[in-house]
Design a protein around this ligand. Structure first.
Ligand code: COA
Length: 170
């Protein structure tokens, strides 16, 4: 008998998702970034979700998608403006199952629909390999401050495929 592959669902972020999405953010950082960042750096990063209402409001202002497995949220991603991926976080229990791929596929299509020719991301050292695999190219290394800590990331950019010109139907 074949193994059933769970279907990844995608839906827009709702204000009621703030708590679950903040929890995914925390667990994703704690569970997946330990090879690249120290515990102090992880805690400084996590502090961005200390004020859950502000964190949720920030996501609500962006184009944020929630990924689900069997209807439960397991990841989220947000597009700031037309052409910048601001957040991408997957719960460790759902990592390696294509959740981030589904989120990025959708954000890239939405960005193209908003008229973006390229998409940028400040990729964490943990996510760098994921984005490189998707065709994002390094632009510059940066060090950002979070509380008393400094965290490195890489500005990466991908050129989006041009939409075919709209012409008269032959
Ligand atoms: C990076 C992250 C989003 C990837 O999520 P994911 O759902 O596990 O990724 P997917 O399952 O869609 O992976 C797709 C492909 O990328 C590869 N991949 C995933 N994470 C990778 C990594 N850190 N380095 C290199 N390749 C990676 C997978 O092996 C897979 O390859 P395959 O298609 O050949 O099997 C997840 O590890 C995460 O949330 N990290 C912590 C938070 C973080 O750093 N967010 C980024 C902020 S910019």
């Amino acid at each position: 008998m074949g193994r059933t592959v769970p279907t990844i669902g995608l839906r827009p972020y709702l204000p009621a998702d703030a708590a679950i999405v903040a929890a995914i953010f925390v667990e994703s950082i704690e569970g997946l970034t330990g090879d690249d960042y120290s515990e102090e750096q992880q805690q400084a990063w996590i502090a961005a979700a200390d004020d859950e209402a502000a964190f949720g409001a920030r996501l609500g202002q962006q184009l944020t998608l929630v990924a689900t497995l069997q209807s439960s949220p397991v990841g989220f991603a947000s597009l700031k403006g037309a052409d910048h991926i601001e957040m991408l976080y997957v719960h460790p229990g759902a990592a390696g199952q294509g959740v981030a791929t589904a989120l990025c596929d959708a954000l890239e299509k939405l960005a193209a629909a908003r008229g973006a020719a390229k998409l940028t991301v400040d990729a964490s050292d943990t996510a760098h390999g994921f984005f490189r695999k998707r065709g994002y190219v390094d632009q510059q290394r940066s060090t950002i401050s979070a509380g008393d800590e400094w965290l490195t990331n890489t500005r990466m950019q991908k050129t989006l495929a041009e939409a075919p010109p709209k012409g008269p139907i032959q």
